[in-house]
Design a protein around this ligand. Structure first.
Ligand code: ATP
Ligand code: MG
Length: 418
């Protein structure tokens, strides 16, 4: 016999026991984002491979070894999106969303990277992201950070720390790049294979290496803050002042470079020490150059993406309880009663639009139906048996208190408190 089919490695099923928490996260995010006026954008999961190569950068982990790319039957090279920024920029340009307009957008959905699966790192994972356009100043940088801080509070998550850095402009980075090449070249024998390859292509990437054997070398490398241009320095300073005034704590981490090439000026990460090595739950930054790089008009932009899988882990650890139990379970005996129960259930949903009501479908003895009612976690069992059918009544048992009452069928709603 052949082995039963399994899901693809690193691509997980999210089962009903867990989806309550996911829906809670999604609802809370949506509520917070809408309170700041952000609007949702929905994008294809497949894009042209060239889109990601050109935006994320050729010498990055994602493009070098993590993308799911394939040739479709028409000969086009397509890629399952590894992140959401490139698609958002592509869509915005395609539909003229950036012409003299400010945009505050958010998205949600699966992303795909062929990484080594481990806790908090999967091959299909879920991000919620925000991208804003045409706001060049530090005010919007601060808004994004304040909005994420508000989200953590709404979710009841504690212990997330904010790290900030600035990457300046492309010009200042070029000077820094040259000096980094010189610095790392002097210790070439200490560089791992990836870093050797990146030394001349993209030395800033070396700073993002997670290889502990290189930690010391990286710690002693020149930091970008010494190279910073005045405008970027002012921008960074203003951002810090707004955060100080708002009482947001942060740490400036001059090593923070992010794993993608398109960032400039502000970059930030929210980090926890509760998830082991996979501690970054939200990461973002400015990408003022990206739209021009795609042939559009210079447009300032800043955004971030949150890893939902990691946030769910944090919510689980924080013992967040999401109640998905029904309010009531409708028990019925015999075919006529079952039909009548379905109609009464519809009536009850009309009268109590918020109710969560399970009808017993599939028959069963009283005993087994009561068992299902208990297992469902419902507060009430509604019962339509022979006696009730005979005199047009219905019974309601409070499964917590144990008491049972019988009323006319048109009074049923009065016995259910939700
Ligand atoms: P990391 O340093 O953890 O690899 P990254 O720099 O590759 O993250 P981004 O591309 O900025 O991450 O994505 C934003 C967020 O998405 C991350 O901070 C993380 O929470 C989440 N994320 C990224 N890759 C994965 C993955 N393979 N599995 C689960 N979550 C992920
Ligand atoms: Mg990564």
């Amino acid at each position: 016999m052949s082995k039963p089919l399994q899901s693809v490695k690193g691509m997980n099923d999210i089962l009903p026991e867990e989806t309550g928490l996911w829906l809670y996260l999604e609802d809370t995010v949506r509520h917070v984002f809408e309170s700041y006026g952000y609007r949702q954008i929905r994008l294809p999961i497949l894009e042209q491979t060239a889109l990601f190569k050109r935006s994320i950068g050729e010498a990055t982990d994602i493009v070098e070894k993590e993308m799911y790319s394939f040739e479709d039957r028409g000969g086009d090279s397509l890629t399952l999106r590894p992140e959401g920024t490139a698609g958002t920029v592509r869509a915005g340009m395609q539909h003229g969303l950036f012409h003299n307009q400010i945009q505050r957008l958010w998205y949600i959905g699966p992303m795909f990277r062929r990484e080594r699966p481990q806790k908090g790192r999967y091959r299909q994972f879920y991000q919620i992201g925000v991208e804003t356009f045409s706001m060049p100043g530090p005010d919007i940088d601060a808004e994004l950070i304040l909005m994420t801080a508000r989200l953590w509070a709404a979710l009841g998550l504690k212990g997330l720390a904010l790290q900030l850095n600035t990457l300046g402009t492309a010009e200042t980075r070029a000077r820094y790049r040259d000096d980094l090449i010189e610095y790392f070249s002097a210790s070439q024998d200490q560089l791992d294979e990836d870093s050797q390859r990146r030394l001349h292509k993209n030395p800033l990437r070396i700073l993002d290496s997670k290889n502990p054997a290189m930690a010391e070398l990286i710690a002693a490398a020149p930091t970008f803050l010494e190279y910073l241009d005045d405008e970027s320095a002012d921008h960074f300073q203003s951002l810090q002042e707004i955060l100080d005034q708002a009482g947001i704590q942060y740490e400036v981490n001059p090593r923070l470079v992010r794993g993608l090439d398109y960032y400039s000026k502000t970059v930030f990460e929210w980090i926890t020490d509760q998830l082991g090595a996979q501690g970054t739950v939200c990461a973002g930054g400015r990408f003022d150059g990206l739209i021009k790089q795609f042939g559009g008009k210079e447009t300032s932009a800043i955004g971030f993406a949150m890893g939902m899988d990691r946030l769910i882990e944090l919510l689980k650890d924080s013992d967040k309880q999401v109640n998905t139990a029904p309010d009531a379970y409708f028990i019925s005996m015999g075919e006529a009663a079952t039909r009548q129960a379905l109609l009464l259930a519809e009536q009850l949903r009309d009268q109590l639009p918020e109710i969560r009501l399970l009808s017993n479908c599939g028959g069963g003895s009283y005993k087994s139906q009561f068992k299902r009612a208990d297992k469902s976690g419902a507060r009430y069992a509604i019962i339509l048996g022979d006696d009730e059918m005979a005199n047009g009544s219905v019974s309601v048992k409070d499964l917590k208190e144990g008491e049972q009452q019988t009323v006319d069928q048109d009074k049923l709603a009065q016995l259910i408190k939700i």
